[in-house]
Every structure is written in C-alpha cells, then in structure tokens.
Design a protein around this ligand. Sequence first.
Ligand code: AGP
Length: 607
Amino acid sequence: MCGIVGYIGDRQALPILIDGLKKLEYRGYDSAGVAVHNGMNININKAKGRLTVLEQRINRDELTGTLGIGHTRWATHGEPSDINSHPHTNQSGDIAVVHNGIIENYMKLKSWLQREGYAFASETDTEVVAHMINYYYNGDLVEAIRNTLDRIDGSYALGVIAKQHPDCMVVARKDSPLVIGLGDGENYIASDVPAILKYTRKVYFLDDKEIALLYRDKVEIINQYGEKVEKEVFEVTWDVEAAEKGGYQHFMLKEIHEEPKALRDTLIPRIADDRIELGDISVTKEQLEKAGKIVIVACGTAYHAGVVGKYVIEKLARIPVDVEIASEFRYKDPLINENNIIIIISQSGETADTLAALRMCKKAGARIIAITNVVGSTVSREADHVLYTWAGPEIAVASTKAYTTQLLCLYMMALDFADKMGRIPEEEYRQMLEEMKRLPELTQKILDSKQMMQKCADETFNANSIFYIGRGLDYAAAMEGSLKLKEISYIHSEAYAAGELKHGTIALIEEGTPVVALATQRNLFEKTLNNIKEVKARGAFVIAVAVEGDTDIEREVDRVIYIPNTYNMFTPVLMAIPLQLYAYYVAVAKGCDVDKPRNLAKSVTVE
Ligand code: AGP
C-alpha cells in the first residue's frame, strides 16, 4: 500500500511533501517521488529506494512551488524502479498523478490507449490514469477525471495536478483511504492521518466515489454525479502512534481488518469474462501432465497455507502434491526433477530457508512458481513465475492478511490447474469461482461480529496450554490458529488431527483445559463432534468454530463461533479471521507486545 501526500497553499510545497512522506515510512515502501507546480510547469523527481535517495537527487531550485503531490510506492504492477515510481504523467508532462490502489482493468485500458497512439513509459497500472485524463481533457480537469473514473474498475486514492490549473488539486477515492487536511489558507491531502497531523487536526475523510477540489482557501467535494456534498469536519484526537495504526490499538488488528480488501485486490484483477486469468504464471496443460508432482515449500504461516494448498490442488486438479517445511526440505536430498512444479510461498520473499530451497529446486531444473507479497523481493526475482498476494505491507510480525491471500492464490491455482487438466465440469468451475468472489464480503461479515472472540479470550487467557483440533482442512487451519496464539501470547499450544487424540494427546486434557475445536468440514462433522465429546468428557473447555446452521454443536461445547456457510474448501479463509482475533485478544489480555513478540523477527533472513 502506497502513501500519498499533497499540499496547496502559500508555503513551499516540497519540504511539506517530504516531511509527510517521512511520516508514512512506517508502512513500508520501495520508491518515492514528488511533483511540484511552479505556476508555469510541473517538475517531477522520483527515485527507487529510501526517501534519502530522493532527497539527495532533488534539485531544490527546480522544485519550487506552492502546489505539489508526493508518493511512496509499494510495488504491485512493475518492479521497484525510478520509472515505475510515482508521480506518473501524460506524455507532455502536463498532468501528474499519484495513486494508491489497483486499477483492475488497466490492461484493457492500456491496449485501448496504445491503439489511440499513447506511448507508455512505465509498467504500472497508474500510468493509464494520467493518459486517460489527458484523453478526456478539454479544459475541464474535473470532468476529465470523472470520465476517467467512470471507466476504471478497482481501487484508488488519487491525487492529480495539471499544468493548466496552477491553483487547484483534484483528488478522488474508491476503496482506498484518503484524508483531506484543512488549514488556514492552505490544504493538504494524505493517504493516512500521520502525514498531516503536524499541520492540522481538522480533516475530511473522503468517501467512496467522491471527488474533492482543493484550492488554497477552500475545499469543494462532489459525488460521482457531480452533485455537491456537504461534509462534517472531523477533529482528529489521535496521537501520532495511534494515527499510524489508523486508530486501531495494534497493527495486527488493523491488518486483520484489511483482509476483506486484501482478498478482493488479490482476486478480482485475476478474473476476466468469468474465468481465472493467471497471466502471471503461464503453466500449460502439457507441463502439468508431465509434472508428476507439485511440491510446495515454505516456512511458518506460509507453510500452513501450503498445507491447505495440498488439499485443494489434489482434490480439484488431481495432481499429487508434497508440502515441505523449507528448513527440512533443503537438507534431505529431496527427489526433484526438471518436470516437477515447485510452489514457493513467502510473504517477505526473503526467508533464508525458503530461498535456499528455491535455489536447490532451480538447480535441479524444476519450474518455480512463487507466491509472495513483495514485488522485487529475492524470491520474486529468482522464481520462473510469480503470483503476487496483493495484501499490501504487513507490519505486525504475526502474519494475517498475507496468510489469507496466500490461500486465495492457492485456490486460484487449484481451480486453474483443474480447468487446464479438464478435471472440473464447467458448471462446477463457475459455481466455485462465484463463491470465491464472495469471500471478501464473507470475511467482512465475520469481522463485524468479533465480540465473541474477545469474550472467549477473556475466559481463557490464563491457561497454561491451549489445544487446537480438527480434521481435514480444519486440521490445516488448526495448525495456523495454534501458531498465531503461541507466537503472540506465549501460551503453549499444539494443533492435533482430531482423530489422533486417542493415540496419546488426550492424556494432556484435564479439567478446564481450553480446546479450540474446528468443525467446519461438513463431511467430517459427525466424526469431529465425537472427538469433541471425548475431550469434553475429560473436562475440556471447548470453543468451537462451526458453520452457520450446524447448531447441533451447541449441545456439546462451551462456546461456538459461527462462520458463514461456504464450500468446505474455502472455510480456512473464513476461519482464519476468528482464530487470528482470538490469538490477538488473548495476547492483549495478557499484556503482550502484540506487534513485536519476543524473540521473533518479521523476516527471517538467516538460517
Ligand atoms: C507468522 O505469523 C510468522 N511470523 C512466521 O511463521 C512467517 O510466516 C514465516 O517466518 C515465513 O515468512 P515468509 O512468509 O516471509 O517467508
């Protein structure tokens, strides 16, 4: 997720832009840039790397002016580079644009613009916006922007300045935050409150599909139909730290709340004409047939996503899948050949063991597909194909939105592979895709009822041990739920295949031991219910996660959290939300440092 700042007033814009961008550094970025209007022309400077690189490169005499926009980029379309950094412009450099979000239909728009004779400088989706505004511009900047937005699918927070309009900045938003700061004879924009907190606490939060025109002494807001919107001024009372977290107590909680958007951003751009289009990974039917097996390699949470991936790829595409912990795999002399397909999963794209496994498989000649969140990471550069999770930067050490978007990537691959192999009937494919499209909305629904997780956490945070049980995909989800709990709350926790309990683990259950029982797999529901009865009979305090409608479970357990009804295969995405929230609230109740748990690093770049 990128950062946006903008200024219009009587002061020099550049220092305010740089200062604002510095306040957004905590979000993570790979490049930065600014555009300043000097009353005659727009001058731009942008650079890959930290803001200090940009600052060293800036010619301050050239970048004078009291109207400007700035941006820190977290790469999505196109690697981190000077050219791909924002602001982007039309060919003549008369219109400059900064953008946060994803233009889902940019490929189509780009082809159309190219047919109209427009030449593109960058690989970004954002550049289409600058050219489209130019295409529609006939003296009325707002009209040109409205026409452009009418044709854009996806999410955006946009800041636009134009040579012909030295006294105005136009901004717009849909599904990406944008805040307008109100000063005295000056106004500001920012993607996040911390960027402008030093200058003003009076803000407008722009709503979806609203457009704002910022002048030095006033701000006008219109809706998508051009009608004037009256907005209440919001007085920000947060301190800088709270503002960085968007008002949430911790980054982890903020990132859990970002999951519906992250899922949407990861899925929707990959659907065209009711089919999954994984242009990013061009694996053919022949290659899949020849593969013999797929091997998924990863660490930690990414490994747990891989366990779900194994279930779904095998079930849908009927291709054998091994799932391996990278640190084990790299030293076991694995059987890999040049036909095998390797799926490397890594949020950071820098995990040492995962990277070593990738290199080993590459040496063996295998085809490497990476699922990663960081464009330009080592994994993304060394893999043959990359499928990005467009989750935006994940700051909390505990992985949340990266995990659910990794699951989504694996579902998309499973469905795509099954289709290519002719192993899924057309009707089933369509139904499954429709259901996949509902996942962002369903996760939002779970977030809206989070009080139950807080209650369960309050009842169990003093426990010495908490067990997680489940069968099939519930077991895979249990492994991740248990990891989340132990890494941030320091409570001992284990995940067990529910059917394995009798083979030893049940001896650990005593009066009051919390057991989180996942019972979302319809075909295994009765079996899991029996296992729940077994632990209950030994005195366990059972918190169950079940699907809406499966109310029989209420008789057997102490607490139930219901997730919305969906395909068995998709429940791990939905279950992730209550399990993450449960771990979060337990850690908060214990007073732990949720975002930076002891002994852990966000990216494990050493063995
Ligand atoms: C998850 O909450 C952990 N912090 C950790 O297990 C993490 O998933 C693991 O280190 C792998 O990281 P990666 O996805 O960046 O490779």
